[in-house]
Design a protein around this ligand. Structure first.
Ligand code: NAG
Ligand code: NAG
Ligand code: NAG
Ligand code: NAG
Length: 958
């Protein structure tokens, strides 16, 4: 499952020191981004293009067929032998042909002759073509194997090249032609070989035309031991005992249809197979035979896989109205498989054991769709638009999962992905901090655009467009894949029934959504007197400075439901068009003025929606009423999420956004709750410096307490993971907000340590309790923690350094009162003997402090009071000095501190050797001005609302 985008967004939001342990987003990110690549993915093409485009095969030829004979079991176990014979047609006249091969491919014999074209009228006999010389590949040169002929061959000539060769197995990786072994439960060794060619690996095995443009039918034969089974893309055609080798068998496989070299596959092993109990439905006059292969000892973990595969194939056969085009499909759990991605060769797929045995429908479906796409459609040569391919694949995998195994999604699709895109695209500079996720975000975005078309065209039309795209015009015809082809097919369908406004095409709609790292806000204003609705759009920006980088517009689908009619019937015929802003779009309002409307329900399009305050009010009231759940859960989540984000972005009054949270008292759907934690964190950070903050914490407690207590009373070992997650989120946020039972539990646990006679021997307190104690506990408790860092044993085998780091980070990251920060800075920076705290400790503390306003304020004050000492301390360590200045001047939310830091800069510090540059401070000024403005406007509103809405006893306790 690809949570990547979501995880990234969330880990950024919560990436304060106290949380990084709880949200290990980065690893998942790395894993997920490597997970999602396949043989014709854009990333792959990018990577390979770098390497291969410089060495692209120069001749214009057309391969007709390729015959390959392999002998993988020789006396020398590291080597294999092969014989190849292939036919190529000349397109332009030439006296040479270039194949791709690595120097390890050792060609021992070759011959070249012309072949009589059956269709040719002329009666020319086959004849030898004399080879003048051969250029061999060599280290450091292009991996080319090139024949020069003595004569120039005219276009239309067909030649046959035959070669004998030997080569070496890959043994450390499962790529190329690999040889490996596994141990059974009794400890016996079992040898096996396999291929995983992917783009760029077949030419290490035999001279090949390894480029996506070249497709040809392959015929493969392999010499194998009697005790093993050989599998390839196609079924076995004949088997014969080898002459003079009684224990060896020649297996000849049926000819493949036209495929690329990298789709060719072979395994020879003693793995065993299981078959499904259900059948794949007959389609196009044939039935697909499925087998799942694995080690004998591992088969029990694979027992549910064959039926799962059948379900998925049947679903997609119906959806595409076409078979996969194969007589058989083998899925193999390969012991020790260590390539980053499964090998999805046509008809024979290789997986890691753990991957194939996983119960996930999404993962298997995602791989299987490649069997359809990969065969019929390959990217045009090095076309960079193929992320679309990944996107449609991922959409289809999500669709089937929602349909046949909805629990697997846990309601997270597409919300988690979407929220993180909203978050990233709302920034002043999207991807400025995490450029690495851009590719991933792009394909997530494209997936959501497909989802938008599914909704706006309607399921059936969308399916029809996809069928036209997938359906090969002719089975023999190798098609190439152009980025906009899929949109053209969808457009054809839209045109058939005149769904789109004039001049609007699916291609142009898609281009605007796909090519930008921005999204719009749609504003919907109802005029209750004149009975009209006006729509307008602008670029969504959530953060200051709020200069819009560029004037942008989108074609926005206006799907609208109302209180009386909560059902949406596709298609969507109303669009707010690009270029319409000058006029806006006004339509008659057909909903009565005491009933709400909702535009863009269920996040059909990727944009937040703002309304007039009256409509918001009706929504908020309805959501608190008994009919609440007639609004679908994704829409409830969206209304809440939009309102908070719009308020955060200063587009909506906070009073309205806070009113939208009132229904959470009754709400128990985790899909609605999921974004709430994020929002509490966001707003909390923004206002934690101000008087209103304790009230906000009190409100957080009143929101989360009932939820948490309910979740806590219904713990079930078999509960779905969302429930466990929600409970732990609720608890962690309650603890932060000072929820009494939680703080008490933490302090009770911590007491064990306090009274320990030898507290430096080990830490008996679980990490989750540390932060609440440092935040809400006494100064003594906090100082005890500091002492533990100071006295941390240097070389104790039981205690790991990261324990110390965690403590130190918590000491700096958790407290709320400035005296703790002061003590910490005194201890660390004014540390007399400079031995206890290393420079990297100081860095850690500075970074941690600068993450929160209470922290950098304390740092700032400390700096003002101890300027000379600090300067001396960091003499000769300009990086630390710069870090102090940067951290202290990180962000200012009040005018006073802004003035102070400017004074600091203008006085002594500017003379220092390159302090954090003055200009960057200037640059941040706009941002700060924006923040000050925001505070002035919003803090009193939040304060007043909380005062009105908090329970009396909570208010009095503050
Ligand atoms: C290539 O194969 C021939 C015949 O098997 C052998 O004699 C020769 O040593 C091989 N060359 C290399 C570089 O492996
Ligand atoms: C596709 O659109 C239909 C509405 O036409 C909707 O019911 C269905 O859930 C959508 N499927 C997906 C996977 O979004
Ligand atoms: C209603 O429409 C008329 C004519 O377009 C306009 O003059 C008037 O201001 C509108 N009323 C309101 C309340 O906007
Ligand atoms: C279009 O709507 C926006 C937002 O409601 C408003 O600010 C703008 O003035 C409108 N433009 C016109 C031409 O009415």
């Amino acid at each position: 499952m690809r949570w990547i985008a979501a995880v990234v967004g969330f880990s950024l939001i919560l990436a304060s020191p106290r949380d990084t342990e709880a949200y290990p987003g980065r690893n998942e990110l790395a894993e997920a981004s490597s997970r999602a690549k396949r043989s014709i993915d854009v990333n792959d093409v990018y990577e390979k293009e770098e390497k291969m485009s410089r060495t692209r095969l120069p001749e214009v030829i057309s391969p007709l067929s390729y015959y390959l004979e392999l002998e993988p079991f020789l006396a020398n176990p590291e080597e294999f032998r092969a014989r190849v014979r292939f036919n190529v047609k000349w397109i332009v006249q030439s006296d040479r042909i270039t194949l791709r091969a690595l120097p390890t491919v050792n060609v021992t014999k070759y011959s070249v002759r012309t072949v009589v074209d059956e269709k040719s009228e002329k009666d020319t006999p086959s004849m030898e073509v004399n080879v003048a010389r051969v250029d061999l590949p060599s280290e450091g040169k292009k991996p080319w194997y090139r024949f020069h002929f003595e004569q120039i061959l005219p276009p239309g000539t067909v030649i046959e090249i035959e070669m004998s060769l030997s080569g070496r197995f890959t043994t450390d990786r499962t790529i190329g032609f690999f040889k490996n072994e596994y141990l059974d439960d009794e400890g016996n060794k079992h040898l096996f070989v396999g291929t995983n060619f992917r783009l760029g690996y077949s030419h290490g095995v035999f001279p090949s035309l390894d480029e996506p443009v070249y497709k040809m039918p392959f015929k493969l034969s392999v010499l194998r031991p009697k005790s093993m089974t050989a599998l390839s893309n196609t079924p076995l055609e004949t088997s014969k005992e080898a002459d003079g080798q009684p224990d060896m068998i020649w297996d000849h496989f049926a000819e493949t249809r036209e495929i690329c070299t990298y789709q060719l596959a072979l395994t020879v092993s003693d793995l065993e197979s299981i078959s499904p109990t259900q059948e794949v439905n007959e389609m196009d006059g044939s039935k697909l035979e499925i087998k799942v292969w694995g080690r004998k000892d591992f088969l029990k973990h694979l027992k549910d896989v064959p039926d799962k595969v059948v379900r998925i194939i049947n679903y997609f056969q119906d959806y595409f109205n076409s078979s996969i085009g194969l007589p058989k499909l083998d899925l193999m759990a390969v012991p020790g498989y260590n390539a980053a991605k499964p090998s999805d060769s046509w008809g024979l797929m290789l997986f890691k054991e753990s991957e194939l045995s996983s119960p996930s429908v999404w993962n298997t479906a995602y791989e299987l769709v490649y069997q359809w796409i990969g065969q019929y459609i390959t990217p045009s040569h090095w076309n960079t638009g193929t992320s679309v391919n990944k996107a449609i694949n991922s959409f289809l995998a999500s669709m089937i999962t929602v349909d046949i195994n909805p629990d697997e999604m846990e309601g997270k699709w597409p919300m988690t992905m979407l929220y993180s895109l909203y978050y990233e695209f709302g920034k002043y500079e999207p991807f400025s901090r995490v450029n690495g996720i851009r590719n991933e975000a792009t394909s997530a975005k494209e997936e959501l655009v497909f989802r938008m078309f599914n909704y706006t065209l309607g399921k059936d039309r969308f399916q029809k467009g996809i069928r036209h795209f997938f359906h090969p015009l002719s089975r023999r015809l190798s098609r190439q894949f152009f980025m906009d082809e899929i949109y053209r097919r969808l457009n054809d369908v839209a045109n058939e029934s005149n769904i789109l406004p004039r001049d609007l095409t699916i291609n142009s709609i898609a281009a605007r959504w796909n090519n930008r790292d921005r999204i719009p806000i749609l504003t919907v204003n109802r005029d209750y007197n004149n009975r009209t609705i006006t729509f307008s759009q602008k670029v969504y920006q959530r953060d200051a400075p709020r200069e819009i980088p560029r004037f942008l517009e989108w074609d926005i689908p206006l799907v609208m439901i109302s209180q009386e009619k909560l059902e949406y019937q596709p298609p969507c015929r109303l669009w707010l068009l690009e270029g319409q802003t000058e006029k806006n779009l006004t339509i008659p309002d057909e909903t009565s003025d005491d009933q709400f409307i909702i535009v863009n329900p269920e996040e059909i399009g990727m944009f937040p929606v703002n309304y007039d305050s009256c409509n918001w009010k009706m929504l908020s009231q309805f959501l608190q009423g008994p009919q609440r759940e007639t609004i679908p859960v994704l829409t409830r989540a969206k209304l809440l999420h939009d309102s908070w984000n719009l308020a955060y972005a200063d587009e909506l009054c906070f009073r309205i956004a806070l009113n939208m949270t009132l229904f959470l008292k009754q709400e128990r759907s985790h899909v609605v709750w999921e974004p709430v934690f994020m929002m509490i964190d966001h707003i909390g950070r923004r206002i934690e410096d101000f008087e209103v903050y304790p009230k906000f914490e009190a409100y957080t407690r009143t929101l989360l307490k009932p939820l948490y207590e309910e979740l806590n009373n219904t713990v079930d070992p078999n509960e779905p993971s969302w429930k466990t997650h929600m409970r732990s989120m609720a608890k962690s946020f309650l603890c932060r907000a000072g929820y009494e039972p939680c703080v008490k539990e933490a302090r009770d646990q911590y007491k064990k340590w306090l009274i320990d006679e030898d507290p430096d021997k080990g830490n008996p307190v679980a990490n989750e309790f540390i932060c609440p104690v440092f935040k809400w506990g006494t100064m003594e408790e906090w100082e005890f923690g500091l002492q533990r860092v100071i006295n941390f044993p240097q070389s104790s085998p039981e205690r790991k350094q990261n324990e110390r780091t965690y403590l130190l980070k918590s000491l700096a990251g958790c407290p709320k009162d400035s005296t703790k920060f002061e003590k910490l800075l005194n201890a660390v920076i004014l540390d007399k003997d400079k031995k206890t705290f290393s420079d990297s400790d100081i860095q850690l503390i500075l970074v941690t402090l600068s993450g929160r306003s209470a922290g950098y304020k304390a740092l700032f004050n400390f700096l003002v009071n101890n300027l000379d000492t600090v300067q001396q301390r960091f003499e000769g360590k300009s990086y630390l000095w710069n870090r102090v200045i940067e951290s202290a001047s990180h962000s200012y939310s009040t005018q006073t501190s802004l003035d102070l830091v400017e004074k600091l800069y203008e006085s002594k510090l500017v003379e220092m050797k390159q302090p954090a540059s003055w200009s960057s401070v200037r640059m941040q000024k706009a941002l700060r001005d924006g923040t000050i403005e925001w505070n002035k406007k919003n803090l009193p509103v939040i304060d007043a609302w909380l005062t009105e809405n908090l329970p009396k006893e909570e208010l009095e306790a503050i």
